[in-house]
Ligand binder design. Structure first.
Ligand SMILES: Nc1ncnc2c1ncn2[C@@H]1O[C@H](COP(=O)(O)OP(=O)(O)OP(=O)(O)O)[C@@H](O)[C@H]1O
Length: 632
């Protein structure tokens, strides 16, 4: 049994989708995210306490002033009180400035660090992780969830502390001023607590749905905008506007429910607050008339009661924000805590460093790599019921040019994914120069491979940046030009207005399909790979350009002793190979020299050529060739 077999079924150790239990992260875990900022946060909270202290003293001071102005010859006392209050306001203003500046900066720092960590964690995950997820949803975690969490750890925390202090301190002052009046003033609190609890759980479940609805709308928008050419070509604008409108409307309906609930809650709270203030003035007025309370004390009492009312409602509101942040935190931790599959993901990925070299980085004997696929069985983890390979075996000799062909969907491109360890086979082995590729350091392995995938994607940037992407930062301009020349790209690049500095646009869409393919080929060549895999890499080129590029690549293959695998349907591409294998029903159905296979009218290759000329499976007259839709 292979030492790696225990990893075979693994596609990551846990899912990024939180289970019902993990929908909310604990407060402790959530607040652990603020730990790196604890010093600055303490300073900001100190400033917060100072500003809260000044607001707490204010009603008492107002009450004193009201009483002083009723006394004869109290001008000096009034002056003193006014100066003291002015001093208090200055201290309060400085404290507010420090708190706001610090809290906002800390919030941005937490969001920045979280986004960096979440993105880093996403980059480490194996490909299978992304198969079942939508990019819009993951982007939402990076942007929305991180900002909800950072706001809660800073602004909402500060607001929560202020509300707690104003509420508890305010109640203290109320009891100090008049215990009996305090009962009237706080009679609304039990009601608000019960209604607040019901409101909180209602809003919490709505908010979760709202987040999901917004994520789904973002997904539609980002996918359709990035595929705007296709939308235009099929005149799909109004359908897409309708689709987006529907999703955003769904989100709006949920937001409306939240708004109505919030309106009722705030309105009810406001009414209760006003009613209790009226009760304070009613009973307090009677106490003033009876001489049990001064007018100033009643004024102070009323102001504290208002403060307590605002404090309680702000606490209830803050609780809602906290539960929202617990949900966002759970989604963030589902990514941060996720350990990538040990064989296909990247375990250690620090900023600016290479992957951890934890396993084998052999020297390829005589620089002549050979490749063996040995009884490989494979299905994609997201589609376990459909086996792509059922015992695939073939071999590529050092320096050989192997062509792989087969009907669409038979698994040709999957070979590149398995060889690069983007996925691992459930059974069987792949050997590079006799080493099981699972025993090799993953970044080393991928550095040996230069690949031009079927669907070429370039990144927004210059041509030179895109070609250099294949080899890292150390590549020289001469090497880039050499690779571009072999790939047949140098000529057209020089014709462009800014030559190698020309910007290719998002996903390289400002270039033609053939130009993109040639740049992708240069990107693969510039890394001086030991194994070159071309997956329909010249399909967008005319036969003449294809022939001249094939010739240049062939020269390079001989010179560098590169193993080359060409995945193709076209006769012209297959003809130049040393060896052709035809895939069918998850195995190698046929293998041999091109001329020998094509000479037999009943061979799989001959039938495939008939199909590729547009005659269809019926013309090939062979029920053995499996249509992908029939694949089980
Ligand atoms: N990420 C994926 N998740 C699930 N199934 C996949 C995935 N990628 C490919 N498949 C399926 O695996 C099978 C093999 O796909 P593959 O892309 O290797 O075929 P192919 O021979 O290269 O096809 P074509 O000639 O059309 O490019 C197909 O049935 C395809 O639907």
């Amino acid at each position: 049994m292979s030492p790696f077999s225990s990893f075979r079924q693994v596609s990551g150790t846990n899912s990024a989708k939180p289970t019902a239990k993990e929908e909310f992260v604990s407060w402790r875990k959530l607040f652990s995210l603020a730990k790196p900022e604890s010093n600055l946060l303490s300073l900001a909270l100190l400033a917060q306490m100072v500003s809260v202290g000044t607001t707490m003293i204010f009603p008492m001071a107002v009450g004193k002033i009201v009483d002083i102005i009723q006394l004869p010859n109290s001008v000096d006392q009034l002056k003193w009180m006014a100066s003291a209050l002015a001093g208090l306001f200055v201290v309060g203003a400085v404290a507010v400035t420090v708190r706001v500046a610090l809290m906002t900066t800390i919030g941005e720092r937490i969001a920045r660090d979280l986004r960096k960590q979440v993105f880093q964690s996403l980059m480490k995950q194996e490909l299978a992780f992304f198969d079942g997820r939508q990019s819009g949803e993951l982007v939402n975690r990076l942007s929305n969830d991180t900002s909800v969490v950072s706001k809660t750890l800073t602004e909402n925390l500060a607001r929560g502390i202020r509300s707690s202090v104003t509420t508890t301190g305010g109640i203290g002052f109320l009891i100090y001023l008049s215990p009996t009046l305090t009962v009237a003033a706080l009679s609304f609190i039990p009601f608000l607590t019960i209604v607040g609890g019901i409101y909180g759980s209602y809003v919490r479940s709505l908010s979760r749905k709202l987040q999901d609805a917004l994520a789904s709308a973002t997904q539609v928008a980002s996918e359709r905008i990035s595929a705007i050419r296709t939308v235009r070509l099929f005149a799909g604008e109004s359908i897409e506007v309708g689709r987006y409108t529907q999703r955003i409307e769904d989100a709006f309906q949920l937001a409306k429910k939240v708004a109505i609930a919030e309106g009722f809650y705030m309105g009810g709270g406001f009414f209760m607050g006003q009613a209790s203030l009226l009760a304070v003035l009613w009973f307090g007025g009677h106490q003033v008339l009876q001489g049990a309370l001064t007018v100033g004390q009643l004024a102070s009492f009323a102001m504290y009661a208002v403060n307590v009312g605002f404090g309680v409602s702000s606490l209830a509101n803050g609780y809602g924000q906290l539960t929202r942040a617990q949900g966002a935190g759970a989604r963030i931790f589902a990514i941060l805590d996720r350990k990538p599959c040990p064989l296909t993901g990247i375990e250690g990925l620090e900023l600016g460093s290479s992957y951890s070299v934890s396993s084998h980085t052999p020297t390829l004997e005589n620089d002549r790599p050979s490749l063996i696929f040995d009884q490989v069985h494979f299905y994609y983890p997201s589609r376990p019921q459909h086996s792509v390979f059922k015992g695939l075996s073939f071999q590529v000799e050092p320096g050989e040019l192997l062509a792989i062909t087969g009907i669409s969907g038979c698994g040709k491109s999957t070979i590149l994914s398995l060889l690069s360890r983007l996925y691992i086979p459930q059974q069987g082995h792949i050997y590079l120069n006799g080493y099981d590729i699972n025993s090799l350091d993953i970044s080393w392995l991928r550095r040996q491979i230069g690949a031009v995938p079927q669907d070429v994607v370039l990144f927004d940037g210059s041509i030179v940046e895109n070609i250099a992407y294949g080899a890292g930062e150390e590549v020289s301009m001469d090497e880039i030009v050499r690779a571009a020349t072999i790939a047949g790209a140098d000529y057209f690049i020089r014709q462009l207005p800014y030559g190698y500095e020309t910007q290719v646009g998002e996903r390289g869409l400002s270039l033609s399909g053939g130009q993109r393919q040639r740049i992708a080929l240069a990107r693969a060549i510039v890394r001086k790979p030991k194994i070159l895999i071309l997956d329909e890499a010249t399909s967008a080129l005319d036969v003449e350009s294809e022939a001249s590029i094939s010739e240049a690549v062939d020269l390079l293959r001989r010179k560098e002793n590169m193993c080359t695998i060409v995945i193709a349907h076209r006769l012209s591409t297959l003809r130049d190979s040393n060896h052709v294998i035809v895939l069918n029903k998850g195995v190698v159905a046929e293998s041999g020299k091109f001329e020998e296979l094509i000479a037999k009218p009943k061979s799989f290759l001959s039938k495939l050529m008939l199909i590729s000329e547009g005659h269809g499976l019926e013309a090939a007259d062979d029920e053995k060739l499996e249509e992908p839709s029939r694949a089980k």
